[in-house]
Design a protein around this ligand. Structure first.
Ligand SMILES: NC(=O)c1ccc[n+]([C@@H]2O[C@H](COP(=O)([O-])OP(=O)(O)OC[C@H]3O[C@@H](n4cnc5c(N)ncnc54)[C@H](O)[C@@H]3O)[C@@H](O)[C@H]2O)c1
Length: 145
């Protein structure tokens, strides 16, 4: 497996690249030290392919999860969806120990990242990119403080 370390001081993170990594999602999240409930945010095209696999894997590792499916497409990157997702997460019992998983392309990554940055003033964020754009571009960022 190739690992690219993005060095941002106490905001550093690793980008993991390999075939079949989806099967190791729960193990990787455990090794990253995440303990709380997972909010899996995905879209209506990606969900039928990968959501059940990610959910069942996390639950078999002892994580509780909630799933949040937005309509596929650019229009889903909206403040209305930000509010809806935060409300759904609150209703599903998420708190500051939770973390967000973005399962999808750049739209899901940008939207879920925004949710993770404001929910309880910021909770951990895991990206599982499913398009070329999101693999090589939108899932990797390094904004200065
Ligand atoms: N944050 C950043 O730095 C950054 C950088 C580049 C792009 N972006 C953003 O990323 C978005 C574009 O990314 P994108 O091209 O991934 O768009 P997208 O997320 O809309 O995905 C494109 C389409 O592919 C579908 N899809 C995703 N994964 C699939 C899979 N595995 N199988 C079948 N269908 C799948 C989606 O449902 C969608 O219909 C734009 O909103 C852009 O602004 C952000």
């Amino acid at each position: 497996m190739a690992t690219v370390h993005v060095n941002l001081g106490n905001r550093s993170y690793d980008v993991l690249c390999d075939y079949g990594l989806l099967q190791s999602t729960a193990k990787i999240i455990r090794e990253a030290g995440l303990q709380g409930k997972a909010a899996i945010i995905t879209d209506s095209n990606v969900a039928p392919h990968y959501l059940a696999a990610v959910t069942s894997q996390l639950e078999s590792e002892g994580y509780s999860t909630s799933s949040h499916i937005v309509t596929a497409g650019e229009a889903s990157k909206s403040l209305i969806n930000l509010e809806t997702l935060c409300r759904e997460m609150t209703q599903q019992g998420h708190d500051r120990s939770s973390y967000v998983i973005a399962l999808g392309g750049g739209v899901v990554g940008d939207l879920a990242g925004f949710v993770a940055s404001v929910f309880y003033r910021g909770i951990p964020f895991v990206q599982i990119p499913t398009t070329i754009v999101s693999l090589v571009d939108s899932s990797v960022g390094a904004k200065p403080e």
